[in-house]
Design a protein around this ligand. Structure first.
Ligand code: SF4
Length: 354
């Protein structure tokens, strides 16, 4: 049976077939992905009103692709106090944010309580805000550096108010590429183990894949299949987010920004291969907003959110430092032929902008 028929028959594809998908032309892939998207989500495109907070860029790790952490290329260290974090949270929540997306570098100076105390203070003041925080890389760092088990860190996160985990730190799971990109950081198996433990606590998380640097298409397929395997066991991933690599101000050489075609093919293949992850997110901060809008026709049903402030991708060249106004976001989705739907952090619908 040919691969197109297999996709239309909803038969699960294996590794070689996943790789073969890249050889299909862009329009065929888009059509296949869109059929699945339409069946699952119709013309709805999800977003949330969120605020990204990046409380420190002081990092004990050195990832070649990173432009955010304080290094020779970015000598400006900062670490926010709890009061500063709380001020930012207060302003954003008063402006309508329903989720705080808090991701830090690996701060070896201030201890576990600096992380946990921030969550606790936000939740004491705003019990209903959703805190999405602590990538598996951060969990691994705190456990490793301060002598805790993963279970202890995950339990502390829950006790102090973390509601869900973001998907950062996954990068690319292939061990050789990972060794080159981010040696010393959480391993692929550890990343998966941490999310499995989180899901077993009844909690949800996102998952990501950083692509468009030195990896091959086969590495991307391998990455997606490892996620699909874990999702079969736990069902705890609510979204897959292919992150397009940003190439400025870092130590990773000889990388070209992937073409729009390659990015769209990757979204479409994710939609086809990841038959057990409900949402494919085109994170506009890394893909650009225009390509994210087109990605809605290539399997993506989520565009992340208004973001408000963003420091990690914008340090590497993305045009996301100041987020996007809600009205602009809604009219862009509408003008592209889709129905904007505001969601909460775990994909309950809050408002349909018909
Ligand atoms: S990607 Fe994260 S862990 Fe790696 S150097 Fe940057 S801030 Fe540190």
């Amino acid at each position: 049976m040919d691969i197109i028929t297999k996709v239309r028959n909803k038969e699960r594809l294996g590794r070689k077939e996943g790789e073969l998908l890249y050889s299909l032309d862009l329009y065929t892939l888009g059509e296949l992905a869109d059929e699945i998207r339409q069946e699952k989500h119709g013309k709805k495109s999800y977003f949330n009103i969120n605020r990204h907070i990046n409380p420190t860029n002081v990092c004990a790790d050195v990832c070649k692709f990173c432009a955010y952490s304080a290094t020779r290329k970015n000598p400006h260290q900062y670490t926010l106090t709890h009061e500063q974090i709380l001020d930012i949270a207060t302003t954003s929540i008063q402006r309508g944010a329903k989720e705080l997306h808090i991701v830090s570098a690996h701060n070896a100076k201030d201890g576990v309580e600096w992380y946990m105390g921030a969550f606790r203070k936000i939740k004491e003041k705003f019990p209903h805000i959703h805190i999405k925080s602590m990538t598996a890389a951060e969990v691994d760092f705190l456990a490793r550096y301060y002598g805790y088990s993963y279970d202890e860190i995950l339990d502390m996160m829950i006790e102090n108010g973390v509601d869900s985990m973001p998907g950062g730190g996954a990068e690319i799971f292939d061990e050789a590429v990972r060794e080159y990109l981010c040696k010393g950081k959480v391993t692929s198996d550890q990343w998966l183990e941490i999310h499995e433990k989180w899901h077993k606590r009844g909690k949800e998380s996102n998952t990501t894949m950083l692509f468009g640097h030195v990896e091959t298409r086969a590495h991307r397929i391998d990455h997606m299949l490892r996620l699909r395997d874990l999702q079969d066991k736990t069902g705890g991933f609510n979204a897959f987010i292919p992150l397009v690599y940003q190439k400025e101000n870092n130590y990773l050489k000889n990388c070209n920004f992937p073409s729009g075609q390659e990015i769209l093919k990757t979204y479409a293949i994710a939609r086809i291969l990841l038959d057990n992850i409900p949402n494919i997110k085109a994170y506009w901060a890394t893909s650009t907003i225009n390509l994210a809008l087109i990605a809605q026709e290539f399997g993506a049903n989520d565009l992340d959110g208004t973001i408000e402030k963003e420091a990690i991708q914008s340090a590497a060249g993305a045009k996301s430092a100041n987020g996007m106004e809600l009205d602009d976001f809604i009219s862009l989705i509408k003008n592209s032929g889709f129905v904007p739907v505001e969601r909460d952090s775990v994909y309950n619908e809050l408002k349909v902008y018909a």
